[in-house]
Ligand binder design. Structure first.
Ligand SMILES: Nc1ncnc2c1ncn2[C@@H]1O[C@H](COP(=O)(O)OP(=O)(O)OP(=O)(O)O)[C@@H](O)[C@H]1O
Length: 454
């Protein structure tokens, strides 16, 4: 805007009459600049929009089975699910229909824009014709010099077009400011649980005692649903404790609290009698290893996937062999053409469920944790594979505290303690024999599983 004011000053000083004649065109010149600027942005943005929106075809209903909004990229990465649901054509139609709509809308837009753009490109020429025609008249009548025509024309016409172009970028500048504000808000957010550092304790050793002391807990995303209601469990060093109960009673939540993915609402988790909120979270996690229901493998070699178990050092090949043998997976790995350097594919897609489980067990063992957390796989493995996984799990549990979330009760008969949970509280605990003798909750669960098998 200051540029326009300066240009007006220069033009009026040179010739106010000629300036007034050109000024009639200034609003049109501003508009011409604006339309031109929009044109430049439009061509770049439409490509971006097309890619972005095309990527959203997977939204909502398309992956209805999972009930969550996904993008096409996710549909492609979940191609097996898409194929097994036989919804490929549906995805393709939706993808194509989006682009059909897009092309139709863009054609109308392009025609409108072409018209405005053409007109806007004429305006500077018209204004120059007027400036030269009227300027020539003023020169011939001796009111101005010849070069004044160019001073006025250049100052007003070029500046107006430039200002118009700048205006066209104003909405984007505003959006960019807003986006930057969101980004800085995110960057400035402090995590509720500090990831190491600060004034936290790092004990020199860990005995492996875990206490869940009168824990009440709700997930931050669902503050109305109370998941744990005063739950208390004590696990002695080296003890093998199984958490059992119906689906949704809060077993995995207990493991998440021990891992300190969340803080409790009331009560506390203790390791070796120390509240984990006062312990360095990196230290806490270094004492733990989690073998989860759906083990996550990275898209890299088997060696790397196992070596991720201990990021404090680069493990030797012998160490990796040793843990892989313990996890019953070494023979399989060496039978592969590339052995330990075989890539497992995205999320371990080139391996079976049982093989993934065993690699995850090897990874956990490499960490040599004091406390092992096992969330038993719910998905059925074939008998042979299940036997191999079970053997690997049993070996992995030796000499350390273990918290096992058991789905198949037959696997935890020998546990030192079985804790039966119901709706976020402990309703019963003891050994298998003690609980069976009581003929109560645990006995019911066992009976239900036996009935289901028959
Ligand atoms: N991240 C989360 N946000 C909100 N609610 C959650 C979250 N994770 C779990 N829940 C809810 O907490 C409750 C307990 O879940 P949890 O996974 O601990 O149960 P579980 O006993 O381990 O079940 P399962 O045996 O089926 O694995 C469930 O009602 C579940 O819907």
């Amino acid at each position: 805007m200051s540029g326009l004011l300066v240009a007006l000053g220069v033009a009026f000083v040179a010739s106010w009459k000629l300036s007034l004649a050109v000024l009639v065109f200034v609003p049109l010149l501003l508009m011409a600049g604006y339309v031109y600027g929009e044109g430049i942005k439009g061509s770049a943005k439409s490509t971006m929009d097309m890619t972005e929106q095309g990527g959203k075809v997977g939204d909502r209903k398309l992956i209805f089975a999972q009930g969550i909004s996904r993008r096409t990229a996710e549909a492609i990465s979940n191609i097996r699910t898409v194929a097994s649901l036989t919804v490929e054509a549906h995805f393709e139609d939706k993808f194509n229909s989006y682009f059909d709509n897009f092309i139709r809308k863009e054609r109308v837009k392009a025609a409108k824009f072409g018209l405005f753009f053409g007109l806007s490109q004429c305006i500077p020429q018209f204004s120059q014709v007027v400036a030269i025609y009227y300027g020539a008249h003023l020169v011939s009548s001796g009111e101005i010099e010849f070069d004044t025509i160019f001073k006025v024309a250049m100052a007003l016409i070029r500046t107006s077009i430039a200002v118009g172009r700048t205006f066209s970028f104003a909405p984007d500048a505003y959006k960019a400011r807003l986006a930057a504000k969101h980004i800085f808000h995110l960057l400035n957010r402090k995590p509720r649980i500090e990831n190491g550092g600060g004034d936290y304790t790092c004990p020199t050793e860990c005995r492996g005692e875990v206490t869940l002391d009168h824990i009440e807990f709700t997930y931050p995303s669902r503050p109305d649903a109370i998941i744990l209601r005063g739950l208390t469990v004590t696990i002695k060093p080296g003890q093998r404790v199984a958490l059992v109960g119906q689906s949704g009673c809060g077993k995995s939540t207990c493991v998440s609290l021990v891992e300190r993915f969340y803080d409790t609402s009331r009560g506390c988790v203790r390791i070796d009698s120390v509240d984990i909120r006062s312990l360095d979270v990196q230290w806490v996690r270094a004492q733990l290893a989690l073998v989860s229901q759906e083990p996550v493998l990275f898209n890299t070699t088997i060696y790397d996937n196992i070596a991720y178990g201990d990021n404090t050092r680069t493990p030797t090949m012998d160490e990796v062999f040793h843990v892989a043998k313990k996890a019953n997976i070494h023979n399989f790995i060496v039978s592969l053409p590339l052995g330990y350097y075989t890539n497992v594919g995205e999320c371990g897609s080139q391996l079976s469920g049982g093989q993934k489980q065993r690699i995850a067990i090897a990874r956990a063992l490499l960490r040599n944790p004091r406390i092992l957390l096992i969330d038993e796989a719910t998905s059925a493995l074939d008998t042979e594979s299940e036997k191999l996984v079970q053997e690997a799990l049993e070996r992995a549990q030796e000499g350390r505290t273990c918290i096992v979330i058991a789905h198949r009760l037959s696997t935890i008969r020998s546990a030192d303690k079985i804790v039966v949970m119901q709706e976020g509280v402990v309703v019963e605990e003891g050994t298998h024999d003690e609980l069976m003798a009581r003929e109560s909750f645990y006995c019911d669960l066992v009976q239900k599983q036996v009935d289901a098998l028959v």
